[in-house]
Design a protein around this ligand. Sequence first.
Ligand code: NDP
Length: 338
Amino acid sequence: NLQVILKDYVNGFPKESDMLLKTSSITPFKLPQGSNAVLVKNLYLSCDPYMRGRMSKNQGSYVDSFTPGSPIVGYGVSKVVDSGHSNFKKDDLTWGGTGWEEYSFIPNPDTLFKIQDTDVPLSYYTGILGMPGMTAYIGFHEICAPKKGEYVFVSAASGAVGQLVGQFAKLTGCYVVGSAGTKEKVELLKNKFGFDEAFNYKEEHDLNAALKRYFPQGIDIYFENVGGKMLEAVLLNMRLNGRISVCGMISQYNLEEGEGVKNLFCLINQRIRMQGFIAVDHYHLYSKYVEMVIPLIKEGKICYVEDIAEGLESAPAALVGLFSGKNVGKQVVVVARE
Ligand code: NDP
């Protein structure tokens, strides 16, 4: 059973060498008699920025730290090999928490979602039909209550979550602008995801001026993925009664201490509501979301770009790449296709 092991807690930017590939001798698995658990074969693994927090010792985050010496854990799409749980049987497909290894033992299968619709790429259950999809849906629709004609800005806009927020905003009838870190990503935003405008934040020496250029009338909704200087500039450009959905702040994840944020007084002047959220708190809305989004996928009204890394061996580089913007779209690792 090939596994990706976290060697030790990480400080600063994570590196491939913080992880190690190791073959565990504990194969094949056998479920203990009377166990409630399931054994799964992992097919697709999801690389997500929040996993960086779990690589640190004292992270003050909403999820526990990883255990050095043990496999990394995260979201994945898997196939049931053996089941002691009444809801799952052999060959069922699932998405949810699993290990970065070929086969995993899931002691609490109640956390897994059974995949019902296999008429779409299975890897989508790490993205548009999984946690990032729910994140975009909750953070945009539930937190911001967008209205037709509103002005929306999305940062890290070409990623797993951002590309969906932009498309949801267009489907709602909003004007939407995205920022991303390369020319290729900016082209994707405009030509593939239908953003009205997009810009490369790395080429703008004055983010406030850039936002004023794209939003002369100001921003109603900011979908926050990056934090730091971008947030400071956005605050100066928010309209009256604006909403900021705080999804993530990836620019801060590798810093020893988060930076202070300037311009918070704008929250008062402009009567802005700024709200953080965590997708997992809203999983009771998953079936509602899926009913909405699967027809959109099948009718070609929404698209989803993935960045596929082949093989468990490529997983450390894929995960680390999120923090330098190497991924174009949702970063997925293929362990096996069936
Ligand atoms: P992405 O697929 O967008 O990948 C991360 C991207 O972030 C990179 O490709 C890069 O794009 C950008 N980035 C990396 N470092 C920086 C930096 N220093 N400054 C600005 N941009 C940077 O990831 P996701 O879509 O999965 O996640 C997006 C955000 O949503 C993250 O902050 C994540 O933590 C958060 N999140 C929150 C959840 C919640 O429940 N609250 C759930 C899921 C995600 P570029 O080339 O454009 O710089």
